[in-house]
Write a protein that binds this ligand. Sequence first.
Ligand SMILES: Nc1nc2c(c(=O)[nH]1)N[C@H]1C(S)=C(S)[C@@H](COP(=O)(O)O)O[C@H]1N2
Ligand SMILES: [Mo]
Length: 352
Amino acid sequence: MQKPFVRPYLTTHSLQPENQESPIEFISGRRVGNSLFYRRNHFAYPSLSASAYWLPVNGSVSSPRLYSLTELMNLPSRTVTAVLECAGNKRSLFEPKTFGEQWEKGAVSQGSWKGVPLASLLEGAGIRNGAAEVIFGGYDFGERTDSDEVYSFTRSLPLEKALHPDTLVAYEYNGKPIPFKHGFPLRLIVPQWYAMASVKWLKSITVADAPFTGPFQTIDYVYYPHREKDEGAAPVTKLHVNSSIRHPLDGQILQTGSHPVKGIAWTGKGKIEKVEVSTDGGENWKEARLESPAASGYEWQPWVYDWKAGKGEYTLMSRAYDTHGRVQPASPFWNRKGYGYHAIDMVSVKVE
Ligand SMILES: Nc1nc2c(c(=O)[nH]1)N[C@H]1C(S)=C(S)[C@@H](COP(=O)(O)O)O[C@H]1N2
Ligand SMILES: [Mo]
């Protein structure tokens, strides 16, 4: 008899707007297929047509430009394989609770993006002296819970990050046109930053002389260390060093014997240097083996630790280090909006 075909699927948090996470425990490989890529949206999907699509590059530039898709695709391109992680990934683990989508460990995915370096477009338009930032508008829009005004999803980057050669205006994902839900036809890709920076359905690119103050820049995606006051606020930018255990699953019951503890680790600075695993709740740590070292620091690093399990109940933990001396802390950096969770990862298992 033919075996039924079973496969993982996304975990739904909300449908309007669509927010679903990747079954990260059941994915392997460098490039997540688009049906298993997490989906994070603030608004309903926009309607737009590729045939009437033009991308303006304007603002504080000497020669504003309007690009057709064909023109863009004929420019020299670059491909980067990069982790995209939602700033709210693992929010559900914060104690005390923080509000927003209660992501578990799957608001993270990766794959390869092909596009034109944003720097070429900006240089083509001629950035004027005094420019500070570049603002990216998306086609999607709607009301926020905190106001009756209608906003589009709009974000900015400091000039330096905008000019980085790997910051792309992408038009392909894993060798095909970007799937609609992930930003077709053009999406900004900002490696090493939390994924709110990677604006989907790009509508406009505008060079600005002053810092952008839209709500997705100055209300959301800001670390507020205190519940009641805004003191110490800092923008969410680069990914923290982080790791997730993929196997075994939390709560799993295992037989005694050999069990590889497997997972991924990633960072927004340099590369993953080392991953350690503890099988005794953090008392002792052993180095995990890094599998086929990642080609670039933008990718997650798969790792494995060969565990011989005797009878008992265990808390397994993983702790990643990057080449900038950053390490996952034992307890998370709590912040009011629940961004950037990156404490040591853990799962509990029973061996019988
Ligand atoms: N235009 C637009 N771009 C966007 C968003 C959005 O709601 N609208 N969400 C951002 C956030 S917070 C994340 S985590 C990623 C999610 O990308 P994905 O849905 O392709 O996984 O897109 C970013 N870019
Ligand atoms: Mo996000």
